[in-house]
Design a binder for this molecule. Structure first.
Ligand code: GDP
Ligand code: MG
Length: 307
């Protein structure tokens, strides 16, 4: 299966709902209050969330009035373009211009941080980059072991601390090692769970500051890894992380496991941070840059955008 086919089939649930939106358009009914309500309901079902749904629909209502639209097909055509516009933010490419480029990877336990780092390392190694992985998840011994396997598999270097070591000190060692060894990219793998949320955020802030101090600049990237199946929970989590460590990008994992696509739109809308990658599986090749137009095509099955 091609990447597009995989993306398309992973968005099966969301696509069904978008097919219902498309059907509202094909009916070419007069635009009524009932139509707007139907559209809103479908967006909630597809996990766009209340704030983003309201923003999209109220925007459509405004244009409908300004342009004196008469039938639902006009609204649906515009809806599809709006979703793409919502998803398109500048800076979607991974910023690796600094040398070394420090990439701090955060997110809750099980979101896919370690796996995503492994996949990114693989692709950078294929491009001949010197990559260093830093195992700052010292909460569980198995965590640094998992990263070590990825280091070996991808031919990356690794800096790890003992179980229970201060993660900030591992970051310190890792950044120093990366600079002195001439790494191109340093990935910092962090824990997604500590004894409580306040501890986790305090720890994260400390790591962020150490990178800033050692590099004389914030991390080149602070990526939030989000489990694509986590629905609206993802939004509040993401906001919390964003308050602690200014996020520069989002990675959505597990889109292959029955995801509802709307949450991607809600995340970008509410955080104003671009999605940089999507993951469609556990293997090293199952991560690709996020391309809004491709996502839209996968979401709106067989519904070609009007030229
Ligand atoms: N199906 C699927 N599983 C994934 C994806 N990314 C990660 N996983 C799996 O999710 C689980 C947790 O991943 P891990 O990287 O350990 O999460 P972490 O706790 O955030 O570091 C592992 O079993 C991964 O293989 C993905 O895109 N699709
Ligand atoms: Mg991990």
């Amino acid at each position: 299966m091609s990447w597009f086919e995989r993306l398309r089939s992973s968005l099966g649930k969301a696509r069904q709902t978008m097919a219902e939106v498309a059907a509202l358009g094909r009916e070419k009914r007069p635009i009524t209050a009932e139509f707007w309500e139907e559209l809103e309901d479908l967006l909630i079902v597809a996990d766009f969330g209340v704030p983003t749904t309201q923003k999209i629909v109220s925007g459509l209502k405004t244009v409908a009035k300004q342009e004196a639209w008469s039938t639902t097909d006009q609204a649906v055509a515009r809806f599809r373009k709006d979703v793409e516009r919502f998803l398109t933010l500048p800076g979607a490419e991974l910023n690796l211009t600094s040398s070394p480029a420090v990439v701090l990877v955060v997110g809750v336990n099980g979101a896919g941080k370690t796996t995503t780092i492994g996949k990114m390392a693989q692709s950078l190694r294929e491009r001949g980059k010197r990559v260093l992985l830093v195992a700052a998840d010292t909460f569980r011994a198995a965590a640094s072991e998992q990263l070590a396997i990825w280091a070996q598999r991808t031919g990356s270097e690794i800096v790890r601390g003992a179980e229970g070591a201060d993660p900030a000190s591992v970051v310190f060692d890792g950044v120093r090692a990366g600079v002195s060894r001439g790494a191109d990219v340093i990935f910092i793998d962090t824990a997604g769970r500590l004894h409580n949320k306040a501890n986790l955020m305090a720890e994260l802030k400390k790591m962020y500051r150490i990178i800033e101090r050692e590099m004389g600049a914030p991390p080149a990237e602070t990526l939030l890894v989000v489990d694509g199946t986590s629905g609206q929970n993802a939004i509040s989590q993401a906001k919390l992380f964003n308050e602690t460590a200014a996020l520069t990008g989002i990675v959505i994992t597990k889109l292959d496991s029955t995801a509802k696509g709307g949450v991607l739109v809600a995340l970008v809308d509410e955080l104003e941070v671009p999605i940089k990658f999507v993951g469609l599986g556990e293997s090293a090749d199952a991560l690709r840059p996020f391309v809004p137009a491709e996502f839209i095509d996968a979401l709106f099955e067989d519904e070609r955008a009007p030229a």
